[in-house]
Ligand binder design. Structure first.
Ligand code: BG6
Length: 512
């Protein structure tokens, strides 16, 4: 018999209903349903819980259960095979309702269905609604919900989770927010950024604020520069249609990487609660120095991958991908240099880069410390002369400190070595998927790891002038780069000093 049925329910999450709009979509299948299944296996769901799948297809309850079972077998085959009893139990908490997002009467039907389930199963109408739907539908779904009273809190709390992108630009983000606020207040809106759900991103706060030795040097006096890399080995795959309207700046920088930057650069909160933490991280985003249109070429490099033969396999150019306009100028790579105009980080450059079809899938933050004030060991070459603190988010999550050591033997030859902690060494602990953590937080009502409206607004305010300059000024280059390289060669021009280069990340924490 499975662990799950032996264990007594111990979750302290309030009894509730989770509704997923767009339950037949890719995100639901790949991420959400597997995450909820894992929460079920881990006994973290409340005693009384139902997952109500709301999709635009006509399906019976039985067909939906079969589909979910198939989804789990496909996307988490090992977990599903290892937990057959849990799978049966999980399928029992599933319900289905056809909802066409643009049809108001379907929402009336949804309300009646929820009322019925709540009465029969004696589940309070505490409801989380997950918008796993294309962003252009957020407004209409929210408004249909309001018209049918699906947002009322008279009979239980209501929360909505919205996926990125939150808007397409500064103005559209503000507009979207206004529309959502017609029926929901800020406390009810959970803007998900799955990077904040990553264990290793949260660990940046713990690394900084629970140790005495990092924080004293975490400032302009000791830090020379900071690099943040979010690199991906794959291209846009079958998401060309979406990606072509987005590009790397909107897809990765405006949200994920600026959120990571905020966690790296924020001040310690006075207490560790949602509002205090988010108050500090938003200040970082509000302090980003604006890059003016005329400065864009100096501070930002954009690129697009071209057709490349990699190990005898020809990788398509971005322009050949399905769903992409063959004349598209959408960037698949961005590197930028930015400054945070505040007391702690004054004039310390932050270099942020992201791209598709790069040599590795790696997300990491590298804090480069200033060299020792007086260099006694001249043979330590310039590129090795800084100590680094590497916060590896994935893969091979962990923290490494890189420093110079004497090579044994005559003289004083120095070599960089490192001390690394790998998360995998905490052998008895499984690292939860970001969506597991975030979904559970929303169910509990903890919004710490969700983006607040002011943070979203501040990050759009920073990226908007860059996007506008790219759109309006055709003289700003869009560089081509070969797949499996670290982007266009022009990225090194972002460094003022000729000898500086981006760190080439390796799978393991190795020194260059
Ligand atoms: C998504 C982007 O939000 O994040 C994708 O839309 C990107 O383009 C993905 O691939 C990266 O997430 P992760 O967790 O794989 O680093």
């Amino acid at each position: 018999m499975d662990e799950i049925v032996k264990k007594k329910k111990k979750s302290n999450v309030e009894n509730q209903i989770l509704v997923i709009f767009g339950s037949n979509g890719d995100l639901s299948k790949r991420k959400l349903i597997p995450a909820i299944f894992q929460l079920y296996i881990d006994n973290l769901l409340p005693e009384k819980f139902i997952l109500l799948c709301a999709g635009s297809q006509e399906k019976s309850e039985k067909e939906n259960r079969e589909d979910v079972s198939e989804t789990l077998n496909k996307f988490v085959p090992k977990t599903t095979a290892e937990n057959p009893e849990a799978l049966k139990g999980f399928l029992d908490v599933l319900y289905y309702k056809k909802v066409h997002n643009q049809t108001e009467s379907d929402f009336v039907g949804l309300k009646e269905y929820i009322d019925g389930l709540s009465a029969t199963l004696e589940i309070p109408k505490n409801i989380v609604y997950y918008f796993s739907i294309p962003p252009f539908l957020y407004e209409v779904v929210a408004s249909n919900m309001v018209k049918c009273g699906l947002n009322t809190e008279l009979d239980g709390w209501k929360r909505i989770i919205v996926e990125k992108p939150f808007g397409y630009s500064y103005d559209t983000a503000i507009d979207l927010d206004k529309k959502l606020r017609n029926g929901f207040n800020e406390e009810q809106i959970y803007r998900i950024d799955h990077y904040l759900g990553k264990e290793t991103v949260q660990n940046i706060m713990v690394t900084r604020f629970s140790n005495g030795f990092f924080e004293p040097i975490w400032n302009r006096k000791y830090v020379d520069r900071v690099e943040i890399t979010g690199a991906e080995k794959i291209g846009v795959g079958d998401r060309g249609g979406y990606y072509d309207t987005s590009g790397a700046m909107r897809d990765m920088i405006q949200n994920h990487l600026l959120q990571v930057l905020a966690v790296v650069a924020m001040e310690p909160p006075s207490v560790f609660d949602s509002e205090s933490i988010r108050n500090e991280s938003v200040k970082v985003l509000q302090s980003l120095r604006q890059i003016k249109p005329a400065q864009v070429s100096k501070y930002v490099v954009r690129g697009q991958y071209t057709e490349t033969a990699v190990d005898d396999v020809v990788k398509k150019a971005y322009l050949q991908e399905k769903g992409v306009n063959p004349e598209s100028t959408t960037e698949t790579f961005v590197a930028l240099k930015l400054f945070i105009d505040n007391w702690r980080w004054s004039e310390v450059p932050f270099y942020v880069r992201t791209g598709k079809n790069l040599p590795e899938r790696v997300t990491e933050v590298v804090i480069h410390l200033k060299p020792a004030p007086h260099q006694l060991f001249k043979q330590r070459c310039m590129s090795q002369s800084t100590n680094m603190i590497i916060l590896r988010i994935n893969p091979d999550a962990g923290v490494a400190v890189d420093f110079g050591m004497k090579i044994p033997g005559a003289g004083y030859k120095v070599q960089n070595v490192n001390m690394a902690f790998h998360y995998s060494d905490l052998a008895d602990k499984k690292i939860s998927e970001a969506y597991e953590r975030l979904l559970l937080d929303a169910m509990i009502g903890d919004s710490t790891l969700y983006a607040r409206a002011d943070a979203v607004k501040a990050s759009w305010k920073f990226v908007d002038p860059i996007l506008t300059a790219w759109k309006n000024d055709p003289s700003i280059p869009l560089y081509q780069y070969n797949c499996n390289t670290w982007g266009p060669k022009e990225v090194d021009s972002l460094f003022d000093e000729k000898f500086l280069k981006w760190r080439a990340p390796f799978q393991k924490f190795k020194t260059e």
